[in-house]
Design a protein around this ligand. Structure first.
Ligand code: ADP
Ligand code: ASP
Ligand code: MG
Length: 424
């Protein structure tokens, strides 16, 4: 059996849903199909969470209506007779409204997961019904939450591999079904409270299911021909890479290549399950295969850009050297605020980090302000170049102010004031 994952871009409109039906029909085999929220639904639900949390009724209603209208427009484009699906979707929106009618708890991340998880419930309900009723692609809709058991680390939940594996093997047994359709991104705690695996986590869900079921492969269907040597949105010269090892891909996703969620690779590597990154626009294309026995002699330079970064430098006010004690203190505060460090550097008197510009950074700075002199550069960008050469480095840094750099044998990293590929 195979696991397919279709992301938000592949189901962003009725044409997209029709297209994934065509792709599925090319495969006459046992499938578990994992689907993300449609288009930008998760972003829209994030706005809803914020409005709910701020108890701003107008904004909340606006955000709710936007999500609802989007899904109902899609339904009217997809279904000849949409009575049944409209009933099901109305029910989901009623349940969401019910949730919103109670005031939020103090735990923002908990509230976030309870609400944002609706995106995947809506999308999979629509896609599953469409395939069954309009396309004759018989499939069983499955709520993944009771099967994908996690801890209570809301918004970045940790997976209980043993229990999830057991539950999934029981549910996805293919005794009477050939095709199952379920949600990416979401799971639940032992108390059946919804959790999420982190933004873009549906790729990871695909890998968890593939791991649990010992799948032949996981295919993730994207709007790009495969893994390219840079994001084509801002590096138009990007070229496709045909084959990659798990290790190389883990490195790339770790540095921020957004094409695959970083946690996706490890479970696949552990069971040597190949990962195919394929184009839903051109399903005949070979895409990229990621597996263990890849012996690519030379990869082209691979570029990863992270935007909206802040570069922060800490210097002890008492002029003490940066030692383990300071590092541990600073890192503990980063961990407390759940801010991931994308790059770090230290010298005798300075410790610097490059991190995503998040809304709790001012609180973090406030907390360390007493002991450290803190300077920062806002709105910088972090560029990572794997397998670099002189000419690509020159191209990337030309005319830019370098705030910081780190160069190792394989990887060159620059914190820059303005991105060279910013064609917007
Ligand atoms: P999904 O629909 O599965 O959520 P994403 O939008 O998360 O898909 O990922 C696909 C996008 O990733 C592409 O449209 C592309 O702009 C971006 N991307 C970033 N880095 C790369 C890369 N190295 N190769 C291919 N695509 C990349
Ligand atoms: N819908 C979620 C998100 O947009 C998960 C995913 O798409 O992978 O982050
Ligand atoms: Mg995505």
């Amino acid at each position: 059996m195979k696991v397919f994952k279709f992301g938000g871009a592949s189901v962003k409109d009725a044409e997209g849903v029709k297209n994934i039906s065509k792709i599925i029909q090319r495969y006459d085999e046992q499938l578990v199909i994992v689907v993300s929220a449609m288009g930008k639904t998760t972003d829209a639900l994030e706005k809803l969470v914020e409005a709910y949390y701020d108890q701003d009724n107008n904004l909340e209603q606006e955000a709710f209506d936007r999500v609802k209208d989007f899904h109902f427009t899609l339904i009217s484009d997809l279904f000849q007779n949409g009575e049944l699906i409209k009933k099901k979707i109305n029910l989901l929106f009623d349940q969401l409204q019910q949730k919103l009618s109670n005031p939020p708890s103090l735990n923002y991340d908990f509230e976030y997961d309870q609400i944002v998880s609706w995106g995947e419930l809506l999308s999979t309900t629509i896609v599953s019904q469409y395939l069954n009723d309009e396309e004759g692609v018989v499939n069983q809709w499955v709520d993944i939450r009771p099967l994908l058991r996690t801890d209570e680390n809301y918004r970045d939940a940790g997976v209980d591999w043993n229990l999830s594996g057991e539950f999934m093997r029981k549910q996805f047994n293919f005794n009477t079904q050939k095709v199952y359709l379920t949600q990416g991104f979401i799971g639940s705690t032992p108390n059946n409270l919804s959790t999420t695996l982190g933004r873009e986590g549906s790729d990871y869900s695909g890998a968890i299911i593939a791991f649990a079921l010992n799948a032949d492969s996981l295919s993730i269907w994207k709007d790009v021909p495969g893994v390219l040597n840079a994001d084509p949105r801002w590096y138009p010269k990007a070229i496709k890479i045909d084959e990659l090892s798990y290790w190389e891909t883990i490195e790339l996703s770790y540095y921020g290549a957004q094409v695959i969620h970083p946690k996706t690779l490890k479970p696949l590597q552990n069971k040597s399950i190949p990962l195919y990154v394929k184009s839903f626009v051109n399903p005949d294309g070979v895409g990229t295969v990621i597996r263990s026995d890849v012996k690519v002699k030379e990869l082209p330079p691979v570029l990863v850009l992270k935007q909206n970064q802040i570069f922060i430098t800490f210097s002890p006010k008492d002029f003490s050297f940066i030692m383990e004690k300071n590092l541990s203190q600073i890192l503990t505060v980063f961990s407390k605020y759940r801010i991931k460090i994308n790059l770090m550097q230290n010298s005798a008197l300075n410790f610097s980090v490059c991190v995503d510009m998040k809304r709790n950074i001012p609180q973090l700075i406030e907390e360390l302000n007493e002991q450290y002199l803190i300077r920062y550069n806002e709105d910088v960008e972090l560029v990572t170049i794997r397998h670099y050469n002189e000419s690509v480095i020159e191209e990337i840094i030309k005319g830019k102010e370098i705030v910081d750099s780190q160069i190792s044998r394989v990887t060159a990293r620059y914190v820059l004031k303005k991105c060279p590929w910013d064609f917007s």
